[in-house]
Design a protein around this ligand. Structure first.
Ligand SMILES: NC(=O)c1ccc[n+]([C@@H]2O[C@H](COP(=O)([O-])OP(=O)(O)OC[C@H]3O[C@@H](n4cnc5c(N)ncnc54)[C@H](O)[C@@H]3O)[C@@H](O)[C@H]2O)c1
Length: 351
C-alpha cells in the first residue's frame, strides 16, 4: 500500500512510518516540522526507496492537493496534531487551527483525491485520536466506543471536533474512514516535554521531578510500538466507518509510574540513586482528568489485537533507550518551552 502519514516526524507518527516501511509499505511522510518534530526519529528509513518526505502544513489546503495529486495514495493515516495538553491551555488557538481546520483540509483533500480516482473501495482515511475525548472517569469503569464525548481540555476538545468531522465525512460523503482512540503512549523518541521522558531526563540531571497534584491521576499506558502495530492492523482490517479503542491494558497512577522509572534508573544508572528523592509535588494542571481507562474488547474480539508489552517491560526498554541515545534528546532540551512549567495561564485572559 502507498500511505500518506501526517505527523510522521512526531513521536507516534514516526513509529508508524518506521513500522510501515519495515513491512514493505510505501510511505509519504507529510509533516510541517513544528517544535515537536524531529526527522532523526525516521533516520532508520530515510534512505529506503519506500520512503518520501513532504514538508507541508495541514492548514495549507493547496499544499495538500499538490501532495495527493503527486503521490496518489491508497490510504491516509492522520496523526499530525498539536498534542500537548499544557500548551493547549496557554495557547488554544493553534490547536483549533491544526487539529480542527487542518483535519477539515485533509478530509477535503482526501475526498477530492478519492473522487478523482473513481472512489476506490479500498481507500482509507484513518484518523488517529485519543481517549481524552471521553473526558474523565471515577475509580471504576472503562471507556468503550459508545462512551459519550465529554472533552475537558482545549486539546481534547479539538481532537473531539476532528473525530466528529471524520465521522460526518463518512456519513455524508461516503469517504471510507476508520477511527482509533488510544490511551497514553510512551516509548523511544518521546519528546522531552511529556511525563515519561521528563521523569527520566530530570532524574538523570539530578533535577526535581515534577508530579502534578498528588500524582493520583490514572492513565492506561500503551507502548508506542504496540500502538503503531495496532494502527496498521486497524488500517488493514478495520471495518469502514467504525472506531476502535486502543489501550495497553496497563493502568497506573502517575506517582507509581514515576516511582517505577526511578527504581529502573537506580538499577540501570545507580549514580544519583535513590532517584525518587527528586520527586516534587507541584500545583495540579487546571481541569486535570482523574482517570482514563480503555475497554479494548472490540479491537481484541474483532481484529484479534492485543498489546505485546507489559508496562514494566516497556518502561525498561524506554529507560534503556534514553540512556543510550543522549545524542537524540540533548539538542531537544533547547527547544522552546522544554523544561518549563506550561499550562498555568488560565487566569491571564484570552490569547
Ligand atoms: N502521545 C499520546 O500519548 C497520544 C495518545 C493518543 C492519541 N494521540 C494522537 O496521536 C497523534 C500523534 O501524537 P504524538 O504524541 O506523536 O504527537 P507529536 O506532538 O509528537 O507529533 C505531532 C507531529 O505533527 C506535526 N504537526 C503539527 N502540526 C502540524 C501541521 N499543522 N501540519 C503538519 N504537521 C503538523 C508535528 O510537526 C509533529 O511531527 C496526535 O493526533 C495525537 O492527538 C497521542
Amino acid at each position: 500500500m502507498k500511505l500518506i502519514v501526517t505527523g510522521g516526524a512526531g513521536f507516534i507518527g514516526s513509529a508508524v512510518v518506521r513500522l510501515a516501511v519495515a513491512r514493505g509499505h510505501e510511505v509519504v511522510n507529510l509533516d510541517a516540522l513544528t517544535y515537536a518534530a524531529n526527522l532523526a526519529n525516521v533516520a532508520q528509513v530515510t534512505n529506503s526507496p519506500l520512503y518520501r518526505f513532504e514538508q507541508a502544513d495541514i492548514r495549507d489546503r493547496a499544499a495538500l492537493d499538490r501532495i495527493f495529486t503527486a503521490h496518489r495514495p491508497d490510504a491516509v493515516m492522520h496523526l499530525a496534531a498539536e498534542s500537548h495538553v499544557d500548551r493547549s491551555i496557554d495557547g488554544p488557538g493553534t490547536f483549533v487551527e491544526t487539529n480542527v481546520t487542518g483535519t477539515f483540509n485533509l478530509l477535503e483533500a482526501a475526498r477530492a483525491h478519492w473522487l478523482r480516482e473513481g472512489k476506490p473501495e479500498g481507500f482509507r482515511f484513518h484518523h488517529i485520536s485519543t481517549d481524552e475525548v471521553f473526558g474523565t472517569l471515577g475509580a471504576d469503569g472503562q471507556f468503550t466506543e459508545e462512551t459519550p464525548y465529554a472533552p475537558n481540555s482545549p486539546y481534547s476538545a479539538t481532537k473531539a471536533a476532528s473525530d466528529h468531522l471524520v465521522r460526518a465525512w463518512h456519513e455524508t460523503y461516503g469517504l471510507p474512514v476508520v477511527l482509533t482512540n488510544c490511551s497514553n503512549n510512551y516509548g523511544p523518541f518521546h519528546f522531552p516535554e511529556k511525563l515519561v521522558p521528563v521523569v527520566i531526563l530530570n532524574a538523570l540531571h539530578g533535577k526535581p521531578i515534577p508530579v502534578y497534584g498528588q500524582g493520583l491521576n490514572v492513565r492506561d499506558w500503551l507502548y508506542v510500538e504496540d500502538h503503531a502495530d495496532a494502527l496498521l492492523t486497524v488500517l488493514e482490517r478495520g471495518a469502514v466507518g467504525r472506531s476502535y479503542n486502543i489501550g495497553g491494558e496497563n493502568e497506573a497512577r502517575n506517582i507509581d509510574l514515576v516511582r517505577t522509572i526511578c527504581a529502573l534508573l537506580d538499577e540501570m544508572r545507580p549514580q544519583g540513586a535513590p532517584h525518587d528523592r527528586l520527586i516534587t509535588y507541584v500545583a495540579d494542571r487546571p481541569g486535570h482528568d482523574l482517570r482514563y481507562a480503555i475497554d479494548p474488547t472490540r479491537l481484541r474480539e474483532e481484529l484479534g489485537w492485543r498489546p505485546s508489552v507489559t508496562l514494566e517491560e516497556g518502561l525498561r526498554r524506554t529507560v534503556d533507550w534514553y540512556l543510550r541515545n543522549e545524542d537524540w534528546w540533548r539538542p531537544l532540551l533547547d527547544r522552546q518551552g522544554v523544561g518549563q512549567r506550561l499550562g498555568t495561564k488560565v487566569a491571564e485572559g484570552a490569547s
